[in-house]
Design a protein around this ligand. Structure first.
Ligand SMILES: C[S@@+](CC[C@H](N)C(=O)[O-])C[C@H]1O[C@@H](n2cnc3c(N)ncnc32)[C@H](O)[C@@H]1O
Length: 303
């Protein structure tokens, strides 16, 4: 319906003009509410912004790029044409899907990318190593739990103009766009690195050469932000540093050992139900390999 399409485009531009946080559909009460799945009009990402999105995600040959609501297919096609990636796009609009597959053929990348007419909410995007989107804030918000739980740790998410509320981005860039015609004369591009799910308790045994001693890590997680407690040698101590980037985890703490605070620095990876890496313990001869298994499951409140 042309009228509805025009209204949606106005809403989209208004959302950009007002900024993601302030977005409230102004005409929501006046007209019947459209389902979330139908609320994003076609507004293409300007070419310099497409280039910036792919660069920010460091797209390369081994990547599989998925664009949710792919429009004319430009993001996935450029990912293949310029960076040698593979991938697919989905769009609800069959004409745009036809156009995208035609462009992919014309530009010689049809063996590596494909476009499907599909609702993005019904799309399995778990294969993506890079997921891109230019969607309205409430659509992004509705997708957020799935992005966190279905993308593999280390996958990159890139969003044009809209953030994910309290899931803080890992990087943000602004790209000048002089002829946009609405909102500020620039686009904002956000990057997130999907963090591993580490919330809960982890238990292992630390073999420091002379004796085995149990160690335990209790973590609470808010997306990539983590904090927690280390228990070792019967002592509990708060982590004074804790970092999670994709599946890489690092933390430091200074538990008391024989009446002295001893610095413990851990770095490792999360995968297959365990955290594996090594401790560097102040005064020890060398790094000590350490593993811990997930001991208790607790779902973090991330919605
Ligand atoms: C703002 S455009 C972005 C196009 C492209 N990603 C780009 O950045 O140039 C949003 C696209 O999402 C599509 N779309 C809207 N709702 C959708 C849904 N539920 N499933 C799939 N695509 C949808 C629209 O048809 C439109 O092409």
């Amino acid at each position: 319906v042309p009228h509805a399409a025009t209204r949606l485009t106005v809403l989209f531009c208004l959302a950009i003009a007002q900024g993601a946080a302030a977005f409230v559909p102004p005409a929501a009460a006046a007209e019947p509410e459209l389902p979330v799945s139908a609320n994003v009009p076609y507004v293409p990402t300007p070419w310099p912004v497409v280039a910036a999105m792919l660069e920010l995600a460091r797209v390369g040959k081994t990547d599989f790029v998925v664009d949710l609501g792919s429009g004319d297919g430009r993001i996935v096609i450029e990912a293949a044409r310029v960076h040698g990636a593979r991938g697919f796009g989905v769009d609800i609009d069959p004409d745009l899907v036809r156009l995208s597959n035609g462009e992919a053929r014309r530009l010689g990348v049809h063996g590596r990318v494909e476009f499907f007419q599909r609702d993005l909410f019904e799309t399995d995007f778990s294969r993506a190593t890079v997921l891109t989107m230019y969607l309205l804030p409430k659509v992004v918000q509705a997708l957020r739990p799935r992005l966190f739980s279905e993308l593999r740790p280390g996958a990159r998410i890139v969003s044009h103009d809209f953030g994910m509320d309290d899931w803080q981005p890992d990087d943000v860039v602004k790209i000048p766009v002089a002829d946009r015609g609405f909102g500020p004369p620039f686009s904002t591009v956000y990057l997130w690195i999907v963090p591993a799910f580490v919330h809960g308790t982890w238990r292992g045994v630390l073999r420091d050469g002379q004796r085995d001693q149990p160690w335990e890590l209790e973590l609470s997680q808010h997306f990539q932000r983590i904090q927690g407690v280390l228990r070792v040698g019967g002592r509990s101590v708060r982590l004074d540093r804790a970092e999670l980037r994709g599946d890489r985890i690092a933390f430091s703490a200074q538990p008391e050992v024989a009446g002295r605070r001893v610095r413990h620095d851990f770095s490792g990876r999360v995968g297959g139900g365990e955290i594996a890496g090594e401790f560097v313990i102040a005064g020890a001869a060398g790094p000590i390999a350490a593993r811990a298994q997930r001991a208790a499951f607790a779902a973090p409140a991330l919605r």
